[in-house]
Structures are given as C-alpha cells and as structure tokens.
Design a protein around this ligand. Structure first.
Ligand code: XMP
Length: 527
C-alpha cells in the first residue's frame, strides 16, 4: 500500500459511525485482523503505518489495532507509529510487531534473545496481574500462536506485564488508564483458541464498540448512500456473470430501481447455460432493466485464425469494449457507471477516493471521452462479505458462490484457435466437471475447477472403432488468492466418473488427463 491512506469509501459507499483502524506494518496479518474485527460486527479499515495523528483523529476511530510486521523494531528504518497517536485517548491494541513497537516507543525494552518462538506456545498470566482486562475470563494458562524473534523484556513505565511464555518474558502488557494494550501473540489466528475472546474483550468492553455492523445494516446504509449519490440520475452496469458485478448491480437496483440498466455481453465464450442463467436471474427474478447483447458470432469472426494466447485476450477484450460501448450508447444519458470494486483491490492499489476516473481504467478500454461518475458500493467489503450481501439480496447460490472465471472466458481454455465447434465440446466437458465436483460437495473447497480443450488429437479405441479426437484436461486447484495454487488431490473415483462421462457423453473427445501442476511453476489457466 502506498504512503497515502487508501480510502475505502467513495460517495456511494456507506461508512458506519464506528470504525476500528487497523494499522498495517507490512505483514499479511493486517487483512486478517480487519476481517476478524468485522466478524465481531464492528466495521474496520486498514491504514498504512505512515498515517498521521491528524488523519487518525479525522476518522474519529473507536479503537486502533497495530498489526504484526516482518521487521525488527530495533533496526534502522523500522516502521514506526506517529507517537502523537498514543496520546489521542483512543484505545490501542498492539499485536506482535505492534506490541514491540508500543514497548519501544513508550520506553520499554525489546531485546534480541537467543531464540524466538514460533507456533503453539503455552502462555501464563503473571502472578499479581490477575486484573488483566484483556484476559479477563480467559484461563490463566492458555495456548497462543507466536511468531517472533525479538522479545519484550521490560514493559514501559506505567504499564503492567500481564503474561509471559518461556521465551517472551513480557508476552502481554497493558495500561488500563492509558487504554493501551499489547500482546506478543496473534489473537487473530485460529491457532490461538482464545484469540477472538481477547479481541471481543478489547473491542466490546474496553473500546465500547457495539456489535452492530451486520449484513442488514450494510445493505440499508449502502442503499441510502447510493440514493444520495445518484439522486435522480441514471446508472449503467456491465454484468459479467461474476459475483462482484452481480452483487453491485443488485445493490444499486435495490437503491434506484429501473434507473439502473445492466448490459450483459454474451461473447459466446461463457460456460454452458451461463448466459441464460444470468439473464433469467437479473431480468426475471430481480426485475432489472437488462440489455442482453448476443455477440457470439461477432466474437468468433474476430477470433478466426488467431491462436496466440495474448492476441486472443487482446481481441476479446477490445471487441468486448466495442460491444459494451455500442449497447450503452443506447442509454447515453447515464451519468454513473457501477463497478464491483472490492476492498482488497482498494488496499492493493493504495489509491485514494477515485470518484471520477476515466472508465477505461476499470473496464479495460472504454474511450477516453466517455466519463462517468463511479458507483462502487462494495468498495469497503471483503469477498466473503460480498457473497453474504448477495445472498441477502436474493441472488441464487449459483451466482454468489461462483468460482472465479476469467474475463476472456473459454477463449483461454481452448488451446489454439477458438471455433464454435470447440466451444461446444468444451462447454459440455466443463459442465460435466462442474456437475461432478458439485455432486461430490467440493465446489467451495476448490478455488477453481474446470476443463481445458487441447488443440491436439490422439488415437483411441471405442467399441471396435479407432478414434482420433481431442483430449480434455481437467484442472482443479486450491488457493487463497490465485497468486499461488496447488493441484487438488481429487478422489480417484471422482476422476474416474468425470473421465467416463466426458468420453461417453461428449462427441469429439477420446481421452481425459488430470493436470497435477502447482502454481508456480504452472499458472491456473492454461493460457
Ligand atoms: P493464472 O492463470 O494467471 O490465473 O494463474 C490467476 C487467476 O486469474 C484468472 N485469470 C483471468 N481473469 N482475465 C480475468 O479476468 C484474464 O485474462 C485472466 N487470466 C486468468 C484465473 O481464472 C485465475 O483465477
């Protein structure tokens, strides 16, 4: 994240009254902490460690949590917190690096010991500190998850050391008067069994937060914010069939009804029956104004003779924009463009409020002179929260629980030139993979599971006949974020069922292979 505070809100994003700021010291932990706070029904936002006391005060937070981080607090250039933040009177909880930083900045001692502590560790309350507010009601001996080399050896003056472990003389310390608490362990991870109780204690009891940030309250507040932003205006939304645009559209539709027009471009490269499902869900069930553009023939014509993956992507992307532009030209009085931007995108880009940007930055190439105000109602939500909002708005599980699907669709799962015949083969093979994975109850455990069609032919025998046809490759991976992935250890009998069904039911396929490549070195998609 950049030094600038990533702003989770724009005009259409509702920000609740109570906010907990999670200060990011550069580890993977800040997002997890933010999510845990939200699980306790308190809205949280991540801010960079360079945030100033004035910025913090402007946000009027109910509490501040300092995250872990990869550095030692004792090295030159180690990230620090604006010391004036400690004097704002806002309750603070330092975690791991955050705890060491509190110790160092407020006059305690952090030393490099002979050995660190990693993993499950038994922590004991320090005798005489039984009044620890943070650990109130929690057994005096508990297992916590540690990950540190340096250790706090002395709490700052005016603070009480409340717990220790074999290699962390001060594993927790606090000053109830100053409302500052610090724990060396990670309460946000599942391996600290009492971690959520500690966070509850801090947020609900010490910081006085109400557990009132519920899905219902998010929807009500978002609807009000969208209505305030759009006023009497009109909005358009490109539906991709994916979760984010679907939920964003449903939310905006709830707020402004028929003044939202959705555009769904059927490229011909969608999965079997997917277009029908999208159109039926949004037009019939949600009653939205929907422009359904049937553009498969145009896309096949454009893709004719092209087999290089990047050239295919570029062709599909560019033509998509042309088609979207032509369709939305029919409603050119629209002032707003709805986008399904999520909070992780905001954190990663580190951008501040992007209320008015050239639309091509987000939808990949709309002409420069086409300017809309953006409506981004999901800008402060994580993916699992978006799925919950979608369910509450009545979207079916097939849409809100959908696995990620690449923008160029089956175009990057057909190796070589894309033709309507190959799309038909792949759609049927892919539908079998999806059906069997769903029947085995594995759909949500897998990040993605799909079929790929190779542009080679191999020899086989069916009945007494020699066959010469395409192989289909099944790809199923587990992943947290698509940056890395592992091939899924699917049961053999499931693989066998998929293989038998594909060969028997799909004309033009005589062999099925299973991809056992992780990422890296492979990618999830084949192109
Ligand atoms: P790879 O294949 O790079 O994919 O491991 C990582 C994730 O990104 C998706 N993906 C795409 N999504 N347009 C998209 O919108 C694309 O061109 C594209 N290529 C890959 C892929 O499905 C996986 O979730």
């Amino acid at each position: 994240m950049s030094a600038e505070t990533a702003d989770a809100s724009n005009a259409s994003t509702a920000t609740p009254d109570q906010v907990v700021l999670v200060v990011d010291f550069g580890a993977q932990y800040a997002q997890l902490i933010a999510r845990r706070v939200r699980e306790l029904k308190v809205y949280s936002e991540i801010v960079p460690h360079t945030v100033s006391a004035a910025d913090v005060a402007a946000k009027n937070p109910s509490a501040i949590v300092l995250s872990g981080g990869p550095k030692s607090v004792n090295v030159d250039g180690a990230p620090e917190l604006d010391p004036a933040i400690y004097d704002l009177g806002v309750p603070i909880l330092g975690i791991c690096y955050g705890a060491q930083l509190v110790a160092r900045q407020l006059g305690g001692t952090v030393s490099r010991e002979d050995r660190g502590e990693y993993g499950r560790t038994v922590m004991n309350r320090i005798d005489g500190s039984s009044s620890s507010l943070l650990h109130d009601g929690i057994p005096s001996e508990q297992v916590v998850w540690m990950s540190h080399f340096d250790a706090i050896t002395e709490a700052p003056e005016g603070f009480v050391a409340t717990a220790s472990t074999p290699n962390a003389p001060v594993a927790a310390f606090e000053s109830v008067d100053r409302k500052i608490y610090a724990v060396q362990y990670h309460p946000e991870v599942g391996h600290s069994p009492h971690g959520m109780a500690v966070l509850e204690q801090f947020l609900w009891r010490e910081a006085g937060c109400d557990p009132s940030w519920t899905m219902g309250s998010i929807i009500d507040a978002s609807v009000a914010a969208i209505q305030a932003q759009v006023g009497d205006g009109r909005a358009i939304c490109g539906l991709s069939g994916g979760v984010d645009s679907a939920v964003a559209a449903a939310l905006v539709h709830k707020a402004i009804g028929h003044r939202l027009t959705c555009v769904y471009v059927d490229t011909g490269l969608m999965r079997l029956n997917e277009s029908d499902q999208v159109v039926e869900t949004f037009q019939k069930h949600q009653g939205m104004e929907l422009i359904h553009v049937r553009a498969a023939d145009e896309f096949f014509a454009k893709l004719s003779g092209i087999s290089e993956p990047e050239a295919k992507r570029k062709t599909i992307g560019e033509h998509f924009i042309r088609v979207f532009e032509a369709a939305s030209g029919g409603i050119d009085d629209a002032d707003f463009l709805v986008q399904g931007t999520l909070y992780p995108d905001v954190i990663e880009s580190g951008t501040s409020d992007a209320a008015k940007i050239k639309s091509h930055h987000n939808v990949g190439g709309l002409p420069d002179d086409l300017e809309f105000d953006l409506v981004e109602p999901l800008r402060n939500l994580f993916k699992d929260e978006v799925r919950e909002v979608g369910s509450q708005l009545g979207l079916p599980d097939e849409i809100v629980q959908r696995q990620p699907f690449p923008g160029p669709g089956l175009g990057v799962r057909i190796i070589g030139e894309v033709t309507p015949e190959k799309v038909e083969i792949l759609q049927h093979a892919d539908a079998i993979v999806r059906e069997e994975i769903a029947a085995a109850g594995l759909e949500r455990e897998l990040w993605q599971s799909f079929a790929v069609l190779a542009d080679i032919k191999t020899v086989g025998v069916m009945g007494d006949e020699r066959t010469y046809a395409h192989p289909v490759i099944i790809r199923a991976v587990t992943s947290d974020d698509a940056m890395t992935a592992d091939w899924a250890r699917l049961p053999y009998d499931l693989l066998e069922r998929m293989s038998n069904r594909i060969i028997n039911e799909v004309d033009g396929v005589n062999r099925v292979a299973y991809d056992i490549t992780s990422k890296p070195p492979g990618t999830i998609e084949w192109e």
